[in-house]
Design a protein around this ligand. Structure first.
Ligand SMILES: [Zn+2]
Length: 269
């Protein structure tokens, strides 16, 4: 599944290719992905120039004077920019052709992605999103304050997109290990000191992953969230039964909130 680093890398890759380009036409190769694709997109965006591209959580926001094109990669989506005469390939569902002869295509085999429109840049899907993990608001004070009296486990807490966006399963497991926090601890019982470590580790893991993504717009599709894209050495994720690099104990796998958690009982308390 494309995670925040892949979406950020997609944004950075698209930026020089589409900003300041003028739309020739918009083509819908099907009516819907996760939701219906608005039928008016061609009428709305034809002859309009892309002002900027932003990321909020895992949503890409392509901004025009007349409104914002919102895209989400879902479980298996990817975006590339090719010459407009390049034949479509299977699962190319949505296309924006620019007057410079290039075409931006959203490919999404499982169709959990989205193409939406907003007149003023706001959208109900964006309203409930928590803070961005790579921005200043995300720190120990924020996590400590938000978590007081919370009975849910710390892993579910940091994976809750209403708290902070983009901390997927791999990032949660790895950052909890690096911070020495038992993923089963109640969020409300984790100290401010531990939250300082945790917020710093989440930031550094996400940043490294973004850096390793480069600027190519190919191969973002991760079928199952496997760590193929995640070029960093994984310390616990997917390593059930291996020895912990720190203490030599066994890495264990448990299920929390229907997701696998990998951790070291001795290092994480
Ligand atoms: Zn250990």
């Amino acid at each position: 599944m494309p995670e925040l680093p892949e979406v950020e890398t997609t944004k950075r890759g698209l930026e020089p290719l589409i900003v300041n380009q003028t739309v020739e036409r918009v083509l819908l190769h099907r009516d819907n992905l996760r939701w219906d694709i608005p039928k008016h997109l061609n009428t709305t965006f034809a002859n309009q120039k892309v002002k900027s591209i932003k990321r909020r959580g895992k949503y890409l926001l392509v901004e025009f004077d007349v409104g914002t094109l919102i895209m989400h990669l879902g479980m298996s989506g990817s975006i590339k920019v090719v010459d407009k005469n390049t034949p479509l390939i299977k699962h190319d569902h949505f296309e924006v052709i620019f007057t410079n002869g290039k075409s931006m295509r959203l490919n999404d085999p499982r169709r959990f992605g989205a193409v939406l429109f907003s007149k003023d840049g706001s959208h109900k899907l964006l309203d409930s999103l928590g803070v961005e993990p790579l921005e200043g608001l995300f720190d120990d004070t924020y996590l400590y304050t938000r978590s007081r009296k919370k009975m849910q486990n710390i892993k579910a807490f940091i994976m809750d997109s209403k708290v902070v966006v983009g901390v997927g399963n791999i990032y949660a497991c790895e950052s909890l290990f690096k911070s020495g926090i038992d993923p089963q601890r109640k969020a409300g019982e984790v100290s401010k000191q531990k939250y300082k470590l945790l917020s710093e580790n989440i930031k550094s893991i996400l940043k490294k992953s973004i850096e390793s993504g480069g600027t190519t717009l190919q191969d973002f599709s991760q079928v199952d969230g496997s760590p193929g894209y995640f070029a960093q050495t994984l310390l616990v994720y997917g390593r059930e039964g291996d020895s912990c690099d720190t203490c030599n104990g066994k890495i264990e796998r448990i299920t929390q909130n229907q997701r696998s958690t990998f951790y070291c009982k001795q290092c994480q308390t």
